[in-house]
Design a binder for this molecule. Structure first.
Ligand code: XMP
Length: 493
């Protein structure tokens, strides 16, 4: 079957999939392998990515995405040159949980209790590792040790000294650390070298997080992973340096038209400056566009021009490629050499399965997550007429807006420099809408994963990879192109 010819001009609502003989005993996402590549060197246990939009992904959203096995891309929608706020969001995610804390907050044994109190307050931690001038472990000092103690007292008089601590020499697995800490009933386990130099600290709280989030996306040190968006002009080189220093696991060079000379220059410049960095670039929607990015050595490609829920590019410019066709074009061009992120247009969970089949290794979600607790922005109450009761009730809403909407562009510009005409001259390619405020994004993600597992079951597959393999080997066994009436029967309720 010539898949590209078959899907030409088509998008998600143009297809159904033919049910096959199911083989999985359960549709439980905990039991079905949903692993997927976000980029060449970052694998996720769930194929979900939150969009780099200023009404979608900041630390709270990125944290939940990573805990649930996906990844969040923190937007660059902060004022040009104002890099600190994005850095703060990245830092907050990286500091959420650890495996081994390799740089625990410390204090010297001869410091005063007053200094220790200040240190705890500044860093927000309740336990300081006491380290002598040679870097050797001298003891541990907790908040309880210094409660009601004069600030002029000395740390070494209040700390639990090394001889009375349970300490592990060398590195240790989490399983072994948990065993040691349970056996000795301790909440903190310092790790030291043979000579006593501090190597790190393991806390019971972090171990617990590892247990409660078994699918979480973590870096080599056990911290949650997070990606950061940068642009291709302006402050992007400096922004990249700062977010990488804060621990960002990948840079996403995100511009509306990724198949462009500005993008090529940005990739070259970032590659030259930060050689080993994981670089994802986009957006493109054609085989030429995907190859253009691939040839420049990116580690992942974001696909989608105009399908987004907050996006008016196609209305205002008449350019774009229907998302299914775009995914098939890009997948055929890239042929598995780097992962693709299917970005935009997922309005119902069934479309998520299609985005993964047609080409996405992962999907990027914006409007599907809008209004949840973890999205940035305030809740606004608006009067709404309930048609059934004819009563007006106050309904909580949050704002969701395209990153190229006038509001988002205006907020990104330095208002002192930009006047209204300048802002309007930019030409908005995005919408700003109110969406009902709802609960945590966790339940939205859980529902999506359950529905994805049901799709896998209907396809007669046992895993996400198996689902994609079966479809890609014989797409004709699955694909049903819809008539106008079958589309209505399928998707209108
Ligand atoms: P969904 O459909 O999940 O799509 O809301 C999210 C994606 O939409 C893109 N995006 C925009 N596209 N103008 C555009 O042309 C905009 O203002 C805009 N804002 C977001 C972006 O790719 C995002 O990930």
């Amino acid at each position: 079957m010539d898949l590209l010819a078959f899907v030409r001009g088509c998008t998600f609502d143009d297809f159904l999939l033919t049910p096959q003989c199911g083989v999985v005993p359960s549709r439980n996402p905990d039991l079905i392998n949903l692993s997927a590549a976000f980029s060449e060197h970052i694998t996720l246990k769930r194929p979900l990515v939150s969009a780099n939009m200023d009404t979608v992904t900041r630390a709270a959203m990125a944290r939940v995405l990573a805990e649930e096995g996906g990844i969040g891309v923190v937007d660059r929608g902060f004022r040009a040159g104002d890099i600190a706020p994005q850095v703060a969001e990245i830092t907050a995610v990286k500091r959420t949980h650890h495996g081994v804390i390799s740089d625990p907050h410390s204090i010297g044994p001869h410091s005063t209790v007053g200094e220790a109190v200040r240190r705890m307050k500044d860093t927000g931690v309740g336990t300081l590792v006491v380290v002598d001038a040679r870097g050797h472990l001298a003891g541990l000092l907790t908040e309880r040790d210094i409660r009601f103690v004069s600030p002029t007292g000395r740390v070494n008089d209040r700390m639990t000294p090394r001889e009375r601590l349970i300490v592990h020499v060398g590195s240790i697995s989490f399983v072994e650390a948990e065993r040691v800490m349970t056996e000795h009933k301790v909440k903190k386990l310092p790790l030291v070298n043979e000579d006593g130099t501090v190597l790190g600290l393991i806390t019971a709280r972090d171990l617990l997080h590892h247990r409660t989030h078994p699918f979480a996306t973590r870096d080599a040190q056990g911290r949650l992973r997070v990606a950061a968006a940068v642009g291709a002009t302006g402050d992007y080189v400096e922004r990249a340096a700062e977010v990488l220093r804060a621990g960002a696991d990948a840079l996403v060079i995100d511009i509306a038209h990724g198949h462009s000379k500005v993008m090529a220059r940005a990739i070259d410049e970032l590659r030259a400056k930060y050689d080993g960095v994981e670089l994802v670039a986009g957006n493109v929607a054609t085989s030429e566009g995907a190859r253009f990015l691939l040839d420049r050595g990116v580690n992942g490609i974001k696909v989608g021009i105009g399908p987004g829920g907050g996006c008016t590019t196609r209305l205002t410019t008449n350019f774009g490629v229907p998302q299914v066709e775009a995914l098939v074009q890009c997948r055929t061009a890239v042929d598995g050499r780097v992962p693709l992120i299917a970005d935009g247009g997922i309005k119902r969970d069934g479309a998520l399965a299609l985005a993964l089949l047609f080409g996405g290794d992962t999907v990027m979600l914006g409007s599907a997550l809008a209004g949840t607790e973890e999205t940035p922005g305030d809740i606004v109450l608006k009067p709404v007429l309930m048609t059934e009761s004819q009563k007006i009730v106050q309904v909580p809403f949050k704002v969701f807006r395209g990153m190229a909407s006038l509001g988002a562009v205006r907020d990104r510009l330095d208002l002192e420099e930009a006047n209204t005409q300048q802002v309007e001259a930019l030409g908005a390619e995005g919408l700003e809408v109110s969406v009902p405020a709802r609960g945590s994004v966790r339940s939205v993600l859980h529902d999506m994963l359950k529905h994805l597992c049901s799709s896998i079951s209907y396809a007669g597959a046992e895993s996400l990879d198996g689902f994609k393999d079966a479809f890609r080997k014989e797409p004709e066994r699955f694909l049903i192109k819809l008539s106008a009436s079958s589309r209505t029967e399928s998707f209108q309720r």
